[in-house]
Design a protein around this ligand. Structure first.
Ligand SMILES: [Zn+2]
Ligand SMILES: [Zn+2]
Length: 438
């Protein structure tokens, strides 16, 4: 039994005894419970159930277990709808999953959860990407929108999304008819916390916020033999080295220098013993690009390099390298619609003060929020803004080289949650109300 199955209900029960009476102030308590009880991608069982229960309390029409993965299994998606007369339909998404990392923040509410991952291995679990900040902000925004119904018109569709870290959660929701069952939104919003921005600050970028990612497995095949008789075989280790060197030129020689692109070989395995030439070498690549066009240059370049190695080494057709795109870990770039971004930026500036809102920035990380825009055409305008979650003093010291701020996906990532959540709710609510005018 996973530790979290026991820990969460107890913590949650204690929490709910005190909630209700103090709606706004219990948000930080909700956050702490969530942080202490993270759940991995594909296993957001209690996170989704508790979010659903909280949203029902404030009057949303809630559906659970929304989402279907490629293998047909059900996901733990939560969709909560609040109708408020005629007007636009706005989708707001928060991702719910945590990461397989042992938490080392030392916080009083740090996670001690150990759970089994999809492969059945026991791993530590931690909200190291701040998705607990996102879920709590969604709940706070949901309460605000329910309480301030006289300030807006239309329909709000809130989405508690599973499995962002495995990049298959948004696709699972869409595959399960998210837009058919709950209406096609006129626009969609999301927020991600950032270790690069101080608490109190919000960044709204116009354009690509997150890169397209394509995960590729390459098997370089040769003909094995004795290490002392290389002429009788075809050495896949040498060929793998040629291939790796060749693909270094995709970014440096094939891309427009104004594009951002990355090609990384993160794993290489081949051979068993120094004097045996193996039959094959396996490589795992991750590639990133700031646009769909730049990604096509990368993928085409990898195919050509693999083909080129086969040709130059005289490999027969049946021993050519195998290039396989891992669809479940592949996704498009996330692009903030410029017109919507300008509107959201203005609305948040109105609520927080113009000096608190920056232009934001793009990163080479990936985000499956892109799927809500329906790429490649991107017919639904979407905006993902970033929320500062780091103590301003610490960030100032870090930029002077006198301190270190642990980033997301690290065991010491510790957002300044209580103050940041207030800013997040204020910003998301202001943006939503602005977009929900007739
Ligand atoms: Zn992440
Ligand atoms: Zn994230």
């Amino acid at each position: 039994m996973h530790a979290r199955f026991i820990a969460y209900p107890i913590a949650y029960l204690i929490g709910t005894l005190f909630s209700g009476a103090v709606m706004a102030d219990d948000l930080f308590d909700y956050y702490k419970r969530l942080h202490a009880n993270p759940e991995l991608s594909h296993f957001e069982i209690n996170t989704s159930a508790n979010l659903a229960a909280e949203l029902r309390k404030v009057g949303y029409q809630v559906t659970e277990r929304v989402g279907k993965y490629a293998d047909g299994s059900r996901a733990y998606g939560v969709v909560a709808v609040l109708e408020n007369g005629s007007g636009p339909r706005l989708l707001i998404r928060a991702d719910m999953d945590a990461l397989p990392i042992v938490e080392e923040t030392g916080l009083p509410y740090a996670s001690k959860v150990i759970a089994k991952n999809l492969a059945g291995q026991e791993v530590g679990v931690m909200h190291a990407c701040g998705h607990d900040v996102h879920v709590t902000t969604l709940l706070g925004t949901a309460r605000e929108l329910a309480a301030r119904r006289n300030e807006w018109h239309g329909t709000v569709v809130l989405v508690g999304q599973p499995s962002e870290e495995t990049l298959d959660g948004a696709q699972a929701l869409l595959r399960d008819g998210l837009y058919q069952r709950f209406g096609r939104p006129d626009m969609a919003l999301a927020m991600h916390d950032s270790p690069g921005l101080a608490t109190g600050q919000v960044g709204v970028y116009s354009g690509a916020t997150h890169a397209a990612v394509t995960s590729i497995d390459v098997t370089i095949r040769g003909i094995g033999g004795h290490g002392a008789a290389p002429h009788r075989g075809k050495d896949p280790i040498v060929m793998a080295a040629q291939f790796i060197n060749q693909i270094q030129t995709i970014v440096s020689r094939n891309q427009d220098p104004m594009n951002s692109a990355v090609v990384t070989v993160g794993s290489i395995h081949g051979g068993t013993k120094r004097n045996i030439i193996p039959d094959e070498v396996k490589l795992e690549l991750t590639t990133r690009a700031s646009s769909d066009a730049a990604m096509k240059i990368i993928v085409d370049g990898i195919h050509r390099a693999a083909e080129g190695v086969a040709v130059s080494n005289g490999l027969a057709e049946d021993r050519k390298p195998i290039v396989k795109i891992i669809e479940s870990e592949t996704g498009p770039s996330n692009i903030n619609n410029p017109a919507l971004a300008a509107r959201v930026k203005k609305a948040i500036s109105g609520a927080l003060g113009a000096d608190k809102v920056t232009d934001g920035f793009g990163i080479m990380g990936s985000e499956d929020f892109a799927q809500y825009s329906l790429p490649p055409e991107r017919t639904i305008p979407t905006v993902l803004f970033i929320l500062g979650v780091i103590d301003p003093e610490l960030l100032a010291k870090a930029s002077a080289g006198k301190a270190y701020v642990p980033g997301t996906h690290t065991s010491k990532f510790a957002p300044m949650a209580e103050a940041s959540l207030k800013v997040g709710v204020k910003a998301m609510t202001a943006a939503a109300i602005d977009l929900l005018q007739k």
